[in-house]
Design a protein around this ligand. Structure first.
Ligand SMILES: Nc1ncnc2c1ncn2[C@@H]1O[C@H](COP(=O)(O)OP(=O)(O)OP(=O)(O)O)[C@@H](O)[C@H]1O
Ligand SMILES: [Mg+2]
Length: 308
């Protein structure tokens, strides 16, 4: 069983406009609402790829029914504490004139210490049968620095995957020794406060985290590919060439793929290939529709891994 944690779920609303004009009235062409929140995304991808996955978290009571219905429709097991307030909506505006995607993300309902304490108890209970726990996504207002670290420490003995940045990543890596971290390149640069322009500098950056106690690091670089680093080896994989519809959630899909790879192969370095295929498959779907398993299976053979 795999458990993902989602402390700040959302509805992802994707709208299309011919041309986005700031400060003007913009009429949308199409709109769709998907499940959102990184923890939910990872669980959806893992379960679509055939893994036994559940998502646990906290959500506002207003919208909880709809969010639960969408998770049920995915066949996803889930257990969320509800709090006063509403589930946030993150808006993605796709402009047809080549201006790309503009995102407007809400912060989410604030959490207090008491709710976090109740959630920690829920997480301890719900992860009893889990081999792997995934902690990912922005934290809602009110969460103290080190919230992911504290959760990982409470789940002592569980293999944890941490996808975060800045102080959350640093404190988590330093004090709770996650099994895997998966920042993207920009998150890695912001966390360390330095530019990473060469393969060597990216590997050295990953090694800083390995020295802190992280076992495996994957630094994803969008359309450039990704690097896998452990104390034993460094691998690079160029991104697969696919028709890009939306890159939102590619990193989440990558984690879902690596979870499957780890289950099948029993090794994170071998699981890297699965992450590459899942990331590429996810950019082939529009909005935040994540992944179609047949795309993933087809791409798996095409992944090329190089030793660095
Ligand atoms: N345009 C692309 N073409 C092919 N593969 C891609 C593309 N964008 C992303 N990928 C694949 O997905 C992986 C993860 O993407 P990326 O680095 O963008 O993650 P991310 O920034 O964490 O995404 P998110 O947090 O939105 O889920 C990349 O390493 C790559 O393998
Ligand atoms: Mg990411």
């Amino acid at each position: 069983m795999i458990t993902t944690i989602c402390l700040n779920p959302c509805f992802d609303k994707t709208v299309e406009v011919d041309s986005l004009e700031v400060g003007q009235v913009n009429r949308t062409r199409e709109a769709r609402v998907d499940l959102g929140g990184k923890g939910i995304n990872v669980a959806v991808v893992a379960s679509r790829l055939g893994l036994d996955a559940q998502c646990i978290g906290i959500m506002g009571e207003n919208g909880a029914e709809e969010l639960s219905r969408l998770m049920d429709a995915e066949g996803l097991n889930h257990e969320f504490l509800t709090i006063p307030g509403r589930v946030r909506t993150n808006m993605k505006i796709c402009s047809g004139d080549g201006k790309g995607v503009t995102e407007l993300n809400e912060p989410g309902e604030p959490l207090d210490a008491e709710t976090l304490k109740r959630f920690t108890a829920l997480a301890e209970e719900k992860t009893k049968d889990s081999d792997m726990v995934v902690l990912t996504g922005s934290l809602p207002p009110g969460c103290p620095e080190g919230t992911y670290r504290d959760l990982m420490l409470a789940l002592k003995g569980k293999k944890c995957i941490l996808d975060s940045e800045g102080r959350e990543l640093e404190l988590g890596a330093r004090e709770a020794r996650p099994f895997l971290i998966k920042p993207n390149l920009r998150e890695m640069e912001r966390t360390l406060g330095m530019e990473l322009r060469t393969m060597r500098s990216i590997r050295d950056a990953a090694l800083i985290f390995l020295r802190l106690g992280v076992e495996h690091a994957v630094v994803s670089m969008g359309a450039m590919g990704a690097m896998y680093v452990s104390t034993r080896e460094t691998l690079f994989s160029p991104a697969l060439r696919v028709t890009t519809k939306s890159t939102v959630g590619a990193g989440d899909a990558m984690i879902g793929g690596m979870l499957l790879g780890y289950q099948r192969e029993g090794s994170m370095s071998k699981a890297f290939r699965y992450g590459m295929a899942a990331g590429a498959a996810s950019v082939m779907t529009a909005g935040t529709q994540l992944i179609i398993p047949s795309d993933f299976e087809r791409l798996l053979d095409q992944v090329r891994i190089q030793e660095v």
